[in-house]
Design a protein around this ligand. Structure first.
Ligand SMILES: [Zn+2]
Length: 290
């Protein structure tokens, strides 16, 4: 699943490609239309395909930004502002192309679900192999309250204090630390890959109870997460599973991961262990992480 660095990679390439352009028309895949007809909410949330197409016609993209793991398209039509919020789910990808043939990777081309035909003739295309992604057209963030409940951006000054306060609260102190740091209310944008790496760097066992880690060590762990996220942003993210930026490129952070997906500990050579924590598989070194 794309985490903050991968979404940042998409936004950095999508922003310049989309800003200033206007949507002439939109095309929604048969799969989505059928799913909506069966009252399932595949990708398009809280809106019918017909209404989505109608509302997107004539929208100008002002800019594209990232908030946690979400992509925000800031839009304007007839002087009114809108927000198209995109979450990539497990395998969503955006492409800015002249024609659909330019989406060269078959697995994405076979799963194109939304096409924005731009006034200049180009296309903005959303493909999603497993359809866990989301597209939500709203007026502003407060129209979808979960967006307001997200932790501050990890690079913002108040993020560390927010983390220290929440991780000491009744709700989190008995939870495994890995589950706490992957919770978007506590830290924005940190998923399985970067949580695994930060805990290994800090020598902390992923199942350790949050409240059993001293405040000082929790502060260090937070800084370690921020450092890893920053490194990963610089490396263009990790090309694990189906992450691509809009040019179809993946990042190189996977070459620098030391624990995620590893069979042996790079420090002591021990066989790593796997355990399910908070519904996700956690890899750790039984000797180096306590
Ligand atoms: Zn080890």
């Amino acid at each position: 699943m794309p985490e903050l660095p991968e979404v940042e990679g998409v936004v950095r390439s999508l922003g310049p490609a989309a800003a200033g352009r206007t949507v002439r028309d939109a095309v929604i895949s048969e799969t989505i239309v059928r799913s909506k007809a069966e009252s399932k909410e595949a990708i398009l949330k809280n809106i019918s395909p017909e209404e989505f197409v109608f509302r997107m016609r004539g929208m100008q993209v002002l800019r594209v930004t990232r908030r946690s793991k979400y992509i925000y398209f800031h839009l304007e039509k007839n002087g009114e502002s809108f927000l198209l919020v995109s979450h990539l789910g497990m395998s969503g990808a955006w492409f800015a192309v002249g024609s659909l043939d330019e989406v060269t990777e078959g697995k994405f081309r076979r799963h194109i679900h939304v096409i924005f035909e731009m006034e200049d003739g180009g296309l903005l295309v959303y493909a999603d192999i497993r359809r866990f992604g989301e597209l939500r057209l709203i007026g502003e963030e407060s129209d979808h309250p979960p967006l307001l409940a997200m932790a501050p951006e990890p690079f913002d000054e108040e993020a560390e204090g927010h983390f220290l306060e929440l991780s000491a609260s009744r709700k989190y102190r008995d939870k495994p630390i890995k589950e706490t740091i992957m919770d978007g209310h506590v830290i924005s944008g940190c998923g399985n890959i970067y949580a695994t790496e930060a805990l290994f760097r800090m020598g902390i066992h992923p199942a350790r109870k949050t409240g059993r880690i001293s405040m000082e060590r929790r502060a260090k762990l937070f800084r370690s997460i921020v450092e890893i996220l920053r490194e990963a942003v610089e490396a263009g993210g990790s090309s694990i599973s189906d992450y691509r930026n809009i040019n179809g490129q993946a990042g190189s952070m996977q070459d620098r991961l030391r624990m995620y997906g590893k069979k042996h500990c790079p420090d002591c050579g021990s066989e790593t262990k796997r355990r399910t924590i908070g519904g996700r598989t956690s890899v750790y070194c039984p000797k180096c992480q306590h």
